[in-house]
Design a protein around this ligand. Structure first.
Ligand SMILES: [Fe+2]
Ligand SMILES: [Fe+2]
Length: 227
């Protein structure tokens, strides 16, 4: 029973993380494109967001290797397990996929909102990793400990560019109610979503999420050629 519990916990934890890391770098890809279009000469901002994107992709690959080492695939989890998905849904009343990054980045009022959402999500992620690094089940897995230590070090540079943009442009920091929404989403994930996932049987992915990216790019290339 203990062994099953440990295995299930690690499996689920890594599945939720790989979902969120993949969500992170694919969403930043679109933001980066829009930032480069709006501020093509702001090389410092572009470089920092690009580094953020590269880190999230690196985190994704670390979890992929964790699963490959265990010769298994991630459990299927959807966007109800994505902190950023839920946060964007509340703050923009839209899914991430339906948001138009050019519109968000093109309007200061929307971009500042997005900066606060990303900053709070990254800070939440950092605090969560610190908790996990003290968790006995996580501590029993050397590879996961190594992954979480790297994430812990990377995270502060992730919220920095968005905080800096807010400061430089004289925009406000996250308010108490934005922090309350962030807290509510996190608590719901932890105390409602996670126990349900833990106890219900779940299918595994049949393909890696980044294989889906490659397939999507190939399809859009073919469509562009056909157009
Ligand atoms: Fe990450
Ligand atoms: Fe991050």
């Amino acid at each position: 029973m203990r062994r099953w519990y440990r295995q299930r916990y690690l499996d689920l934890l890594a599945s939720i993380y790989i979902y969120n890391e993949h969500r992170g770098y694919t969403a930043i890809d679109r933001v980066l494109e829009a930032i480069s279009a709006r501020w093509p000469d702001d090389h410092a901002l572009i470089a920092k967001v690009d580094k953020h994107r590269a880190d999230e992709r690196k985190h994704y690959l670390m979890f992929r290797r964790w699963f490959e080492r265990h010769r298994s695939m991630p459990l299927r989890v959807d966007r109800t397990c994505g902190h950023i998905d839920r946060f964007v849904a509340v703050m923009f009343r839209s899914t991430i996929d339906d948001l138009d990054p050019l519109e968000v980045v093109g309007r200061d009022d929307l971009f500042e909102r997005m900066c606060r959402v990303i900053s709070l999500t990254e800070q939440r992620g950092h605090r969560q990793v610190e908790i996990l690094l003290r968790h006995p089940i996580v501590r029993s897995d050397a590879q996961l400990m190594k992954i979480f230590r790297i994430i812990e070090q990377d995270e502060p540079s992730h919220w920095a560019p968005y905080d800096e943009w807010l400061r430089v442009h004289g925009r406000r920091e996250p308010s108490w109610w934005e922090r309350a929404i962030d807290q509510a989403i996190h608590s719901e994930l932890l105390f409602v979503k996670l126990p349900v996932l833990f106890l219900t049987p779940r299918k595994r992915l049949s393909r890696w999420p980044d294989e889906e990216d490659a397939a999507a790019v190939a399809t859009s290339n073919v469509e562009a050629l056909a157009a």
